[in-house]
Design a protein around this ligand. Sequence first.
Ligand SMILES: [Zn+2]
Length: 582
Amino acid sequence: MDTALLACCCGRSPAKNARFGQSEFLTDEPRISLEGVGLARWSLEWPDWFQVPQLLLQPPWSLTEQQARDAIFLLLDSVRADWAVELRSDRNVSLAWSDLGIQRQQMRLSSVESGKLRFGEKRWSGKTGRRVSLLANLLMKGGFTAEQTVKQSVEALRVIWETLRQCDELAPSASERLLITVEDARRLNPDWWRFRFVADDDAINQCDTCGRLQKVSIRGVCARQTSRQRCPGALRQLRRRELEANHYRLLYQAELPGSLRVEEHTAQLDKEKARQFQREFREGKIHVLSCSTTFELGVDLGNLDTVFLRNVPPEAFNYAQRVGRSGRRSGCPGFAITYCKRGPHDLYHFAEPQRMLTGKIQAPVIALCNERIVTRHIAAVALSFYFRAFVGRFARAETLFIDLVAPRGVADFKAFLVSNRPAIEETIRGVLPKEMATQLALSDGSWIERIAGEDSRFALAEAEVSSDYKNVMGLEERARNKRDYRTAEWAQRRADTIAKEEVLSLLSRKAVIPKYGFPVDVVELDTQRTQQSQEAFEVSLQRDLSIAISEFAPTSKLVANKKEWTSYGLKKVAEREWPRRS
Ligand SMILES: [Zn+2]
């Protein structure tokens, strides 16, 4: 079934259709176009008024009528490869050359055989041009010498040009001609070209030398003839299904999304956003996830087609964890590719990949005796007792601290611990390694000071939240006095966000209770969340102290969720400032 030039891709807008059709027609990558890989072909629907020139039917050419038409088709097809094509589109669709994404500019075809060409012109019959080469090759198969063939070919092109011109005079209108007149040159009229898909069983001609696929074959001549590259190969006919596998043909035939959506997934994402990305990835709405090591353990994404590592992992078990995420579905082998950077570690493993592939895998280790992490677990156990007794406090920052200007969250908690010490202590003892119980002096009650004392994480968190709140409330008041209502409104929203933060999120963000990945020291880059700035809610910028000291230093920039974040200052917490040197 022949399809009209621009109707080959249903379901798109006319403008997109037109762009698709034209850019396929005018491709500057012919080898990987639909036609180049054998999935489609272009042909000419000859207008009634077209007549084959007699010259081609007589010696030395001696072509049949069909061969003569095929030869002129190949000549005009080579004009297409010279981009001497007029742009046509439906009346309601505007189309410009620049819309097509073609590197080359639009050309015109000149019949001038020698002398200088003007800018943007190609010769129809230049002695060294592809059209002369094509015809000359055809004659050579008849046993003529090279010199004779060039002369004959130039003459034939002259006659074909003249025949085309005379036939086109018979067209009902100038816009229906095979070649459209542009100034004193010509361009192909794409309206006469037809696109059709090639089926598995369709016959196709392939050059035995350069591999070019060609719709028609005249004496087996390959039409890949340019001034730089002349192919001496011969065509052989075969079925499309017999062609060698081609990467691009497979891509065209695969059901790929029209565009790829790429998102990033790191520990810097807010939990909600991270969950959303995981869900959308599983549902196939996100095609590529750029991940940090958060994916090494823990997060399950189901089956992956391909894992691309942007460096060599530190150890064999990291490597196994990462690449092992692909190829879990039966019948679908996984694919993992590792990019080796120019560093000693990567270069070493590039030279000796076996070490990474067969290396020993160490059993994972959890340190049970880190004082800070254990402290957070004690805090979690104690807080669970507290919240069971005072359910109302377990909601938001404002219910936990009661009054954000003069908070009493820590004081109330501490009083509760003191009066319920034996029961809580017994539970804690049940989950703690023995040596830690001794080290943290569990029996003398000083653990209460550790989790609810003046220097505890909880007290620090309370001071920070309260200080933030007082700062924005102060800002609100000052702005309102200056009638700067925009700032006042921002400050009000910010205060609201602080007051409404969920207790669990607050306690984990401030490292009062344990966090995923068991970091030892957690430093936060405060993104000043308000309802206005949605982006600030989508990231959660925290680092271990050792990294934060450089990554979060004022003026440094970091990227999270496709945005660049700049640190601009150190946050001071009232009454918790570092001592100053005088
Ligand atoms: Zn060839």
